[in-house]
Design a protein around this ligand. Structure first.
Ligand code: NAD
Length: 487
């Protein structure tokens, strides 16, 4: 098989297999070919992962932070040196075109390791003057953290969780999505090669029940999930039973607002990036594109012209701009949304069908799709599709669009295109979202916090903000005497 790893899991510094675990296949979405066959982790392996992580964490936490940082930075260098090999694996795992994976996946993971490796030695507490007496705080690690990933960015998600967790002195057990199990194993191998002690970053495979077992394990202090809202609700509830810390990076149905005075080419480019990158399988996508009436006709014309020439095809061909969806199930789901858009009266300006991709007829391809005349109550305007389906909605005034943009249970992201900077900031202030963009869309550098509000999540990944989510504060009161006792 084309991408069979040495074994399904990476625990305590080595690949390990337990054939008693349920078998599942990893499929290359461009061809439907089985490229690896793995086993879900058994309870024995889950236990082994927790025990080895706890042991490694105790030693890791007492290292000088600068030494911990050095390991992460070494891992970042190894990832960059192997970017092509890792990108090809990411393409096999997800079906995303190499043109994207070469610049957006392993590279983003490496940047997270480099960033958190760099700030590891700056994670400190404070001293508090109490007039003679004083107190000091320390930022201490939580212990064994669990990371659970979605299938759209397997390398990036593993690194975005591992880098801050490890920099703060925690260990991590990572469970990739069962749809894309391969890339996290490479991250584990590389961290180990860079000097991470055995057990510090373990990868266990499996479906929901393996995730559930990890979340419920008494040896686990924190859970960071990237996934859908329904899964987030279950994981958050399970974590609450053990009062475990959580970070929840969940779904969205984000608004992208284009005012009449926007630069047309930038607005069209931003809307395409925010709907078609990774075949639309991006949580922060701006899938409700609100276009003001004065720019509507010009916007739709350029959107259709530019979307029509998107190159679909063999994801390994670097000229190809769009690959298939991740799985047959996701294709079926997206096709269902396209059908509902048509049935509920939106006009399908472009796409929605199955493209003819020679040699890849069995792949899970769908054409990039643009609906106009979409209204707020249509299913395609309310639910997360996670495919290349853009809904264009019309609006007249700023107040109206802000109210409609906020009328959703989600609150992950939002975007505004306008030449009026006061309006851009004013609208951002009023939009209910965790991560917003002005005159661009979907850029998520490690330096800035990323995450959602409302049903889209809890906590933030990346930037210094992530430190608060992977440490807790220990406070020490220092009495300088004498003790003022009434007895
Ligand atoms: P999913 O919710 O189906 O699965 C996510 C992960 O949770 C998988 O690893 C799965 O095995 C695991 N899981 C399922 N049930 C579980 C349980 N009961 N306990 C513990 N773990 C369990 O999501 P998906 O389909 O893999 O990914 C798509 C979703 O992820 C979309 O909704 C998307 O918006 C979201 N997403 C969010 C972000 C973000 O940063 N906010 C990024 C990428 C994807």
């Amino acid at each position: 098989m084309r991408a069979q790893p040495k074994a399904s899991h990476f625990i305590d510094g080595a690949f390990i297999e337990d054939k008693a675990g349920e078998v599942f296949d990893c499929i290359y979405p461009a061809t439907g070919e089985v490229i690896a066959r793995l086993h879900a982790a058994t309870p024995e392996l889950i236990e082994k992962a927790v025990v080895s992580a706890a042991r490694a964490q105790a030693d890791w936490a007492v290292l000088k932070p600068v030494e911990r940082g050095r390991v992460l930075r070494r891992a970042a260098d190894l990832i960059m040196a192997r970017n092509r090999e890792l990108s090809e694996l990411e393409t096999l795992d997800t079906g995303k075109p190499l043109q994207e994976t070469l610049v957006a996946d392993a590279t983003s993971g490496a940047e997270a390791l480099e960033f958190f490796g760099g700030i590891a030695a700056t994670i400190n507490g404070e001293t508090i003057n109490l007039g003679g007496d004083f107190a000091y705080t320390k930022r201490v690690p939580l212990g064994v953290c669990v990371g659970i990933g979605a299938w759209n960015y397997p390398t990036q998600i593993a690194c975005w969780k591992a880098a801050p967790a490890l920099a703060c002195g925690n260990a991590m057990i990572f469970k990739p999505s069962e749809t894309t199990p391969l890339c996290a194993l490479k991250v584990a191998e590389i961290l180990h090669e860079a000097g991470a002690p055995a057990g510090l970053f373990n990868v266990v495979q499996g479906m929901g029940p393996v995730g559930r077992a990890l979340v419920n394990h008494p040896g686990v202090a924190k859970v960071s999930l990237t996934g859908s809202v329904p899964t987030g609700q279950k994981v958050y509830a399970a974590a609450a039973a053990g009062l475990r810390n959580v970070t929840m990076e969940l779904g969205g149905k984000s608004p992208l607002i284009i005012f009449d005075d926007a630069n047309l080419e930038d607005a069209v480019g931003g809307a395409m990036l925010g709907n078609f990158y990774s075949s639309g399988q991006v949580c922060s996508n701006g899938t409700r594109v609100f276009v003001q009436s004065g720019i509507r006709e010009a916007f739709l014309k350029r959107l259709v012209e530019r979307t029509r020439v998107i190159r679909m095809g063999d994801p390994m061909d670097e000229d190809v701009q769009m690959g298939p969806l991740v799985s047959a199930a996701q294709l079926e789901k997206v096709q269902g949304f396209v059908a509902s858009g048509k049935a509920e009266g939106a006009s399908c300006l472009l796409g929605g069908g199955t493209p003819q991709v020679q040699g890849f007829e069995a792949g899970y391809f769908i054409e990039p799709t643009v609906f106009s005349g979409v209204t707020d109550t249509m299913t395609i305007a309310r639910e997360e599709i996670f495919g290349p389906v853009m809904s264009v909605l019309d609006f007249e005034t700023e107040d109206e669009v802000v109210e409609r943009a906020n009328a959703t249970e989600f609150g992950l992201s939002a975007g505004v295109f306008t030449a009026d900077l006061s309006r851009a900031h004013r609208v951002c202030d009023r939009l209910q979202a965790g991560t917003l963009w002005i005159n661009t869309y979907n850029l998520a550098p490690v330096e800035m916090p990323f995450g959602g509000t409302k049903m889209s999540g809890v906590g933030r990944e990346n930037s210094r903000a992530a430190i608060a989510h992977y440490t807790e504060i220990k406070t020490v009161y220092v009495g300088m005497g004498p003790v003022d006792s009434p007895y």
